[in-house]
Design a protein around this ligand. Sequence first.
Ligand code: ARG
Length: 461
Amino acid sequence: EDGALWGGRFASGPAPELLKLSKSTQFDWVLAQYDILGSKAHASALAAAGYLTADELADMRAALDELAARVADGRFVAAESDEDVHSALERGLIEITGVQLGGKLRAGRSRNDQIATLVRMYLLDHAALIGGMLVDLLEALHAQAVANEGAILPGRTHLQHAQPVLLAHHLGAHAWPIVRDLERLRDWKRRASASPYGGGALAGSSLGLDPKLVAAELGLGEPLENSIDGTAARDVVAEFAFITAQIGIDLSRLSEEIILWNTKEFGFVRLHDGYSTGSSIMPQKKNPDIAELARGKSGRLIGNLTGLLATLKAMPLAYNRDLQEDKEPVFDSVNQLEVLLPAFTGMVATMRFDTERMVELAPQGFSLATDVAEWLVKQGVIFRDAHEISGELVRYCEERGLELHEPSNEQLASVSEHLTPAVRDVLTVEGSVNSRVGAGGTASVRVAEQLEKLAGKIAEF
Ligand code: ARG
């Protein structure tokens, strides 16, 4: 008994080169416990339809439990001759039950509906794990925002000083995309929970097996409406790969800023020793490797998504062996995120901001010019003129090496009669920040509300 699931119509066994190519146990073994759960549920469906007696069902389920235990502690492993996890586990079952009982289990199912179901089960479990890790990250971002309440950061567009903002507002801007990633996972879960089991190879089953019974036992939702769709579609896998890629991108954008903030030139943030690395030659170095790995791995996650999409493109219905290529990319995305996220969160939770340096730099680069223009509008100047006057003030200051708040009253008046000394009220970073009270703005009151909403969102997941 070599464990092959097919062979009856073949005069010879598979060529060794084919076996080597076709084999997937080296990566699909992570599905073994899901496969066994599927088999237990399938056995129940077979019994309900009269293909197993009550005793046979009890023996079969006990044997599958035994097999699960052997897989868990390594007493049962894939053999060189096993094509995939499904064939290996049938071999393992028959080792326990003998062929008379174990040989009945495959009736009414195919590896095609099995694998489509098992991938969903695996992804659902790991989505929950990754979701929990994202919640931890959100808590770390929220805690940093609260701990640095009132701290001011030079807000940037085009990487140039733009307008001062609260650090908490900026950290919030990194948190909300993560909230949406969690929402994406939640939304994806509704589609991922549908069950392909019972679809057979592609056309459905003639044995009167109840797919709802299987789905319910597996903790899945409704069986899919179409057996061809159930066995051939992988959009749910691709969507998961997208969500992980998007998570990678969201982490990489924060990473890039942490890397910049951690430079001598910026000096905004110091990373905890436990979450930084040294250099083998330069004794002084303390490097932001976690952020760099996050940035690097985001490329890898994007690659996994695009590779999978390329595999799926133009593939005819129904199952084709190409579909075996769906697993390694998403398994890799899962593995990468599951090692990355805890380290990333540790880095975020322990980094320290130099708030004095940030607030000192915040008004530089004429970042209050918009405040001057908007102040002029409040004095009744039309915006086009206000923009012009504020721009002239910037040029005036730049030519003289002054910052915007530094010209005397006379100098201000020489730029424009509208620039009365009262303009000084808005020429402080605190004044600027706290004037932005519009919805979603950076004023302290708005940011405090925002952080409360964020806490509420975090509690949802
Ligand atoms: N190992 C395959 C996969 O991962 C499932 C086996 C289906 N094989 C087949 N010849 N129909 O997709």
